[in-house]
Design a protein around this ligand. Structure first.
Ligand code: NAP
Length: 271
């Protein structure tokens, strides 16, 4: 399996990245980035709402990997999705990250009545080269249809919750048919599936952990993963997913675990 995937921009995105949600800015994020970079991670996923873009920037600067080999993602939060605010929110993210471009800038959530205008601004950022790719997150099929109808630039990525307990195969297929990469967030369901017997049996066969089997199942669906861990041993464990392969029966057995379980909550301002 390839360790990168082609985006519709022509760029390649790593199939594995480090998620930074909930990492504190007082050294935790920097240490995790340094460990991950040493292990071979090249993609780091943050967001303005995570309040650790500055720490992410410091981690990236200190990790010893040249900027052009890294893939940095951040996202515009819901309360900035008003015309006139989005570009300045982007500038502030760049400042905090200490970067002059990001590799991927995402609309964090589809704010009703706003996301089409937000997308227009992101298209401008893409054309300026300061966002090398633009995409969306948490968009369903209906919202993507709406966006595709109005957009000049097709999103490169839709970052959604995707794991064995929340097998969003409808939206995954729709995106893949439209040249949009589905990047799986909360790929470990924040630990919720790690004790499942189906996964334990498969994990034993390959001498792997259930976390590695879950991540591998996602990769074999064609989706990149961004597991979060602050622990070096787990950052390493989560990266060891490219050297074994699940067979079709194992893939199907894991498919059957789906229960539409969502581990990430929908922000209150969208309810
Ligand atoms: N776009 C969005 O709306 C959105 C929403 C949610 C998340 N995300 C992105 O996706 C990333 C990942 O999602 P997530 O952080 O919500 O959840 P996750 O990656 O599914 O799970 C993280 C949790 O699992 C633990 N963990 C990590 N590796 C493990 C392993 N090998 N064995 C057992 N436990 C393990 C971590 O604890 P330790 O740190 O203690 O190891 C942490 O508590 C986020 O960090 C963020 O970048 C995006």
């Amino acid at each position: 399996m390839e360790t990168t995937i082609a985006l519709n921009t022509g760029a390649r995105m790593p199939m594995l990245g480090l998620g930074l949600y909930k990492m504190s800015a007082d050294g935790e994020a920097e240490n995790a980035i340094r460990s991950a970079a040493m292990i071979g991670y090249r993609l780091f996923d943050t967001a303005s709402v995570y309040k650790n873009e500055d720490a992410t920037g410091r981690g990236i600067a200190a990790c010893g990997v040249p900027r052009e080999e890294l893939f940095v993602t951040t996202k515009v939060w819901n309360n900035a999705q008003r015309i006139g605010n989005i570009e300045s929110a982007f500038e502030r993210s760049l400042d905090r990250l200490g970067l002059d471009y990001v590799d991927l800038y995402l609309v964090h959530w589809p704010v009703p009545g706003c996301y089409l205008d937000t997308w227009r601004v992101l298209e401008g950022l893409y054309r300026s080269g300061r966002a090398r790719a633009i995409g969306v997150s948490n968009f369903n099929e209906y919202q993507l249809d709406d966006l595709l109808l109005h957009a000049d630039v097709v999103p490169a990525v839709n970052q959604i919750e995707y794991h064995p307990l929340f097998n969003q195969d409808g939206i995954r297929r729709f995106c893949q048919q439209n040249g949009i990469v589905v990047q799986a967030y909360a790929p470990l369901a924040r630990g919720a599936y790690l004790d499942r017997d189906v996964l334990r049996v498969i994990a034993e066969k390959y001498h792997r952990s259930t976390a590695q089997v879950g991540l591998r199942w996602i990769l074999q669906k064609g989706c990149p993963v961004i597991p979060k861990s602050t622990r070096e041993d787990r950052i390493l464990e989560n990266s060891q997913i490219f050297d074994f392969e699940l067979d079709p029966m194992e893939m199907e057995a894991i498919d059957s675990l789906n229960e539409n379980y969502r581990s990430a909550s929908i922000p209150e301002d969208l309810l």
